[in-house]
Ligand binder design. Structure first.
Ligand SMILES: [Zn+2]
Ligand SMILES: [Zn+2]
Length: 310
């Protein structure tokens, strides 16, 4: 009965999230008029160099709602039209600092058009027209920002990589038992991966610099504390933690989260997620759930999930 009525109504009333992708190319310049030349360069690096530089941005808009009688959350042509009218027509081939008044730095309320500031402003401009639940804005494939409408929780993600060998085997098991559990990954001499590492941090966007943290410092932490230590190693032998802990993708991701949680907190943001992709077919994600400093050391509360993609 229920199935028949759903078919007749084409799913009307059932909830669904849909996504729509859009792209635009734009330039920007990180330079605050109240700062000296040296201060601008020390804060923003090469991004302060005139006349600016550009990116091919990619915007992923996630929309949620109940299906209408046509079996859609929204008519896609209305979605495309709203994104085009409110965002891409205005930003494509534009100089972001001058495209929207939110980025007018001659005004005290003006904010630098960073990716994390831009994703918030796009949200405010699209929200009156579309039932957005998440926006993801890629500045390039190794840097993106997410925003879900909570001013305190904008996130940025950086992607880096390292190459390492490992062997999945537990010392207390026989070789046969290890191969039963871990398959080819238990072969005696190990094997290697080019790991892709995504580090996501969350915080609130500074109303003037448009940043949730100093990006170069964040990149430096990940590089120094993880990539430099793990790259071109045999994890089981070269990283003390893995002498007694089997270096599955899950455990490597958890260990990276443990290493990075406190240093990232010390630069004023919270580590939100570690995603470690071992191969095109498998990845592990770790969500850091208790980032408050006062109880952090005793009860780091990490959970891991493992995703297999075909
Ligand atoms: Zn840039
Ligand atoms: Zn492996």
């Amino acid at each position: 009965m229920i199935e028949t009525s759903l078919k007749k109504s084409h799913g009307q009333g059932r909830q669904c999230v849909i996504t729509r992708r859009a792209g635009f190319s734009a330039s920007h310049l990180y330079r605050l008029p109240e700062l000296s030349e040296d201060e601008n360069f020390s804060l923003f690096g090469l991004c302060a160099k005139t006349p600016g530089h550009g990116h091919n941005y990619e915007l992923i808009v996630s929309l949620s709602g109940a299906l209408n009688s046509d079996g859609m959350v929204l008519n896609l042509s209305d979605v495309k039209s709203a994104i085009r009218t409110e965002v891409t027509d205005q930003l494509d081939f534009a100089f972001l600092n001058e495209a929207w008044p939110e980025f007018d730095l001659s005004q005290p309320t003006g904010c630098l058009p960073t990716t994390e500031a831009l994703v918030q402003v796009i949200w405010r401009r699209l929200a009156p027209y579309l039932p957005i639940v998440d926006l993801c804005l890629y500045e390039h494939p190794r840097l993106w920002a997410n925003y879900s409408g909570d001013a305190m929780e904008t996130s940025i993600s950086i992607r880096t990589h390292f190459s390492a060998a490992h062997r999945l085997a537990r010392a207390e098991l026989t070789q046969h038992e290890n191969e039963t559990t871990y398959g080819k990954c238990a072969r005696p001499n190990g094997h290697g991966h080019n790991y892709l590492l995504d580090v996501t941090v969350k915080g609130s966007v500074d109303p003037r610099t448009g940043m949730i943290c100093d990006l170069a410092t964040l990149q430096g932490l990940v590089e120094d504390l993880v990539v430099e230590r793990f790259d071109h190693t045999f994890l089981n032998k070269d990283i003390a933690h893995f002498e007694t802990c089997v270096p599955t993708a899950e455990n490597i991701a958890l260990h990276i989260a443990d290493i990075l949680t406190e240093p990232i907190m010390n630069i004023g943001v919270q580590l939100q997620k570690i995603r470690l992709q071992e191969s095109p077919n498998n990845a592990a994600e770790v969500y850091v759930e208790s980032p408050r400093k006062d109880f952090m050391l005793e009860s780091l509360n990490h959970s891991a999930s493992f995703s297999m993609k075909n």
